[in-house]
Structures are given as C-alpha cells and as structure tokens.
Design a binder for this molecule. Structure first.
Ligand SMILES: C[S@@+](CC[C@H](N)C(=O)[O-])C[C@H]1O[C@@H](n2cnc3c(N)ncnc32)[C@H](O)[C@@H]1O
Length: 228
C-alpha cells in the first residue's frame, strides 16, 4: 500500500468511526499495546477488541476518577478516544491553541467530566490552571509546532515543546502514571529518552502504524512514573 493509499485508508476509517483526525489510530495502537488507560474503567462506549498490554504502566487507582491530560488536543480525536474509552469513570482536561471540532463529539465535550482550555502549553498561567485540575494518571501530548518544511527548524521547535511537556508531566503525573509524547526525530531527542528513563520505570520510543511512512515523527512513552 503506497503512502497516499495509507492516508486515505486511515482518514476514511476515522470519518466512518466518528473521529475528526486519523491520528486517533496512533493513540489506539499505543493504548492496546501499552495499556495507557489501564485502570480507567470501560463503562461507556469503550473501543472494541481485546486489550493486549505490554508496558509497566498501570497506575494504581487513587480515589476519584481516572484523570487524563491531552496536550495539543485539536481537532480532538485523542480527546474523543479518551472520553469514549473511559466513559463516566474518567475525567479529561484538554488544551490547544485552537478550538476542538464539534463534528463528531455527540455532546461528549459538554460533559461534566471534560474541561477544555484554549491556550498555549508554554504559558505559565495555562500550566497553573491545568495543574489545579490534576494530578493526572495519564499525560498525552500530540503537540506539534506549525511546520515550516525546514526539517532542522521544525525539529528544534518540536524538541522545545517536548522538553516543556516532559518537565510538565514530571510535576503533573501521579506516581505510577504514564506519559506519551510526540517527538520529531533528529536533534537531541536521545537526551529526552535518557531523561524519561530516570523518571519512569520503562521508557521507550514507538512508531505506530498510522504514522505516515515518510513522516519523521515518533512517540516516546514513559510508563510507570517513579515516586519522587
Ligand atoms: C497533530 S495536532 C493534534 C491532533 C490531536 N491529537 C487529535 O487527535 O485531534 C497538533 C496540535 O498541537 C497544537 N499546538 C501546537 N503548539 C501548541 C502549544 N504551544 N500549546 C498548545 N497547543 C499547541 C496545534 O494547535 C495542533 O492542534
């Protein structure tokens, strides 16, 4: 299957299954492989299919809902996946510079277990608001800078955001919590993985099948945050 056909396949599947972007299948694959939402409950509308889990990340349930933070959430596929996956047993906070698409949410974004902030994750006021609603069992970031087409510039900008997200997750995750963060390969990403190894029981990179083959993006996972 060529890359054009692949794009078509994932985009059409997303439309058919009620998601505004094909990126949902990257999260779904990582969830099925690493158990990102393990412990979140599956009361309402959980995606079908058996969950195979491989990772160390299964945060111990504390009292209250399973809390997820979605950074770089627009148009909203990862957020919709999280809300459908967790049902009423979970709560989600999402942040993006842009608003979310309401095309497929069927009222899920109006629920009392969902909160959206339109803002910049690097803005201290936004970060403080997000922290107030934590701590989180899962921090997931698909954040990507507006690309320029210049790979070195794009990689540098992405790396700056990734470093922000990792530093943020360090403060916002519960012990045992999980992190997934999109990384543009190149630059000093090895340093990021090294940092994740000090913070989490397991740290690794993973490129989901739904990533475009020509794309230089991949994901880093930190599973099972070590207690401080
Ligand atoms: C690839 S999209 C995310 C797709 C999303 N995961 C989904 O499934 O619908 C990347 C997003 O990162 C957002 N973004 C980029 N820089 C940001 C920043 N500094 N703060 C918050 N969001 C940011 C962009 O606005 C964009 O919506």
């Amino acid at each position: 299957m060529g890359s054009y056909d692949t794009l078509d396949y994932w985009s059409l599947k997303a439309q058919k299954e009620g998601y505004p972007a094909r990126s949902v299948y990257k999260l779904k694959e990582m969830d099925e492989k690493f158990g990102l939402f393990k412990g979140a409950g599956t009361k309402r509308g959980a995606p079908s299919g058996a969950l195979k889990t491989e990772g160390a990340g299964s945060p111990s349930r504390t009292s209250g809902p399973f809390k997820v933070l979605d950074i770089g959430a627009a148009p909203g596929s990862w957020s919709l996946y999280a809300l459908r996956r967790m049902g009423s047993a979970g709560s989600l906070v999402s942040v993006d510079l842009s608003p979310l698409s309401r095309l497929y949410d069927k009222g899920l974004f109006d629920g009392s277990n969902f909160f959206f902030i339109q803002g910049d994750i690097t803005d201290p006021a936004v970060r403080a608001q997000l922290l107030e609603r934590g701590p989180y069992h899962l921090v997931m970031s698909d954040v990507a800078p507006a690309t320029t087409g210049n790979r070195s510039v794009d990689t540098l900008r992405s790396l700056a955001l990734v470093e922000e997200v990792v530093a943020y997750a360090e403060a916002a995750l519960i012990p045992g919590g999980n992190l997934v963060v999109k990384v543009f390969q190149g630059g000093d990403t090895a340093e990021v993985l090294k940092r994740l190894r000090t913070l989490f029981t397991t740290a690794r990179s993973f490129k989901p099948e739904a990533c475009r083959s020509e794309s230089f993006e991949t994901y880093y996972l930190g599973l099972g945050k070590k207690p401080v």
